[in-house]
Design a protein around this ligand. Structure first.
Ligand SMILES: Nc1ncnc2c1ncn2[C@@H]1O[C@H](COP(=O)(O)OP(=O)(O)OP(=O)(O)O)[C@@H](O)[C@H]1O
Ligand SMILES: [Mg+2]
Length: 331
C-alpha cells in the first residue's frame, strides 16, 4: 500500500498538474507492491498507469509553457569557442527518473518560477545543481529539460576544451562565460566537471587551476541563471568544489520501474500491450537509461520493418542483450 508520504506526493502532483512526478510516485508504489509479493495489485496499477499514458507532447505550449521564452544570445568570437547554444526540445516529462530526483527537480522548477516571491522575502532560489551518476543516466538531458520547462536557452560550456588550455587562457574564457551568465538568463551546462577535477586524466594541463577559477566564479555569481554541472565520478570532486553547489542530485542506473518508463517514452505510438515487462526489466538490469532507450529504438525499427507498430518482447530482449554485449567489449 502507499505510504502517507506517497499519498501526499500524489495529491500534490495531481493538484499542480505535474504528470511526471505523479507517474513516478505511482511507479514507486508499483515497485513496492511487486517486491512485497502483491503482484496482481502491482500489475493492475501498472496497467491503469499505462492506459493513462497521455501527458503533454514534447514542446507543447501549456500552462507555464505559455509564457514567452527568453531568446538566446548567439555567441561569437572567443565566446563561441567557450560555449554552444542549444534550443531545448525536451520537457521533464520526457526524462524517466526515480521519484526522489524527479521531486527535487520539480522543487527547483517551483523555486525558479517563484523566484521573485522568494527574493522578496530574502531567500535565493536553488540554482546551482550538480548532477552525479554513471554515463547515460540523463544528466545532460535533465539540463535540457530544465531549460525547456523554464523557457530558457541552454548554453553548453565546453569544459573538455578548457581542460586542454593553459590555466590563464581557460580562466579568461570562463570569465567570458560567467559574464554572459550574469547578463543573459539561461541554463548553463558545465558537462563533465571531472575533466577538470582529476589531474591524473590530463597530466601537465592546468586543469585543477581552471577548476579553482570555475568555483571562484561560481561563488561570486549572483545572477538569476541556472547552473547545471555534471559528474560521472563525484568521488574525484573535493569538498571545496561540492560546497559551491546548492544541490547535489544522484543519478543512479534505472530501477525496473524506470526501465519501463524509458521504454514507454522512447516508444510512444507503438503497441506495447504484448510486452512482458518483468523479462525486459531483468534483461535490462545494469544497463543505463541511454542503453535501454537505444535498445527500445532498435526493437521499434524491427516492428516497422515487420510492417506494424507492434513491439515484441523478443525483439526488446535481443536488443538489450546486444547492448550488454557491446558494453562488455568496451575497454
Ligand atoms: N533518464 C532518462 N530518460 C529517458 N531517456 C534517457 C535518460 N537518460 C538518458 N536517456 C537517453 O540517453 C541519451 C543520453 O543521455 P544523457 O546525455 O542525458 O546522459 P548523461 O547522463 O549526460 O551521460 P554522460 O555522463 O555520458 O554525459 C539521451 O539523449 C536520451 O535519449
Ligand atoms: Mg552528459
Amino acid at each position: 500500500m502507499a505510504t502517507a508520504a506517497q499519498v501526499k506526493a500524489l495529491v500534490e502532483s495531481h493538484s499542480l498538474g505535474d504528470d511526471a512526478r505523479f507517474r513516478s510516485v505511482v511507479l514507486e508504489i508499483v515497485e513496492n507492491a511487486a517486491r512485497t509479493g502483491r503482484t496482481r495489485y502491482a500489475q493492475e496499477v501498472r496497467a491503469l498507469l499505462d492506459a493513462a499514458r497521455t501527458g503533454p507532447a514534447p514542446g507543447a505550449a501549456s500552462g507555464a509553457a505559455a509564457r514567452r521564452p527568453v531568446s538566446a544570445v548567439q555567441p561569437r568570437g572567443e565566446l563561441a569557442r567557450a560555449l554552444t547554444v542549444v534550443e531545448p526540445a525536451t520537457r521533464l516529462a520526457d526524462v524517466a527518473l526515480g521519484s526522489e530526483v524527479m521531486g527535487r527537480l520539480h522543487r527547483v522548477l517551483a523555486e525558479q518560477r517563484r523566484a521573485e516571491a522568494l527574493r522578496a522575502r530574502g531567500f535565493e532560489p536553488v540554482r546551482r545543481l550538480l548532477l552525479a551518476g554513471p554515463p547515460g543516466t540523463g544528466k545532460s538531458l535533465t539540463a535540457e529539460a530544465l531549460a525547456g520547462e523554464l523557457l530558457l536557452p541552454l548554453y553548453e560550456v565546453r569544459l573538455d576544451a578548457l581542460a586542454d588550455l593553459p590555466a590563464e587562457e581557460a580562466g579568461s574564457r570562463l570569465r567570458l562565460v560567467f559574464d554572459l551568465l550574469a547578463r543573459s538568463r539561461g541554463v548553463y551546462l558545465f558537462d563533465d566537471l571531472d575533466t577538470l577535477a582529476d589531474p591524473a586524466d590530463r597530466p601537465g594541463a592546468g586543469a585543477r587551476e581552471t577548476l579553482r577559477t570555475f568555483t571562484a566564479l561560481l561563488e561570486q555569481d549572483a545572477s538569476d541563471s541556472v547552473v547545471v554541472a555534471t559528474s560521472q565520478r563525484p568521488q574525484v570532486l573535493e569538498r571545496w568544489v561540492l560546497r559551491r553547489f546548492d544541490a547535489l542530485l544522484d543519478y543512479p542506473l534505472p530501477t525496473t520501474g524506470v526501465v519501463h518508463e524509458v521504454v514507454l517514452r522512447r516508444l510512444r505510438g507503438f503497441d506495447l500491450s504484448a510486452v512482458e515487462w518483468p523479462r525486459v526489466a531483468s534483461t535490462a538490469s545494469g544497463l543505463s537509461h541511454e542503453e535501454v532507450s537505444a535498445a527500445a529504438q532498435s526493437a521499434a525499427k524491427q516492428a516497422v520493418l515487420d510492417g506494424g507498430r507492434h513491439v515484441e518482447t523478443t525483439a526488446l530482449l535481443t536488443a538489450l542483450r546486444e547492448r550488454r554485449q557491446m558494453l562488455k567489449m568496451a575497454p
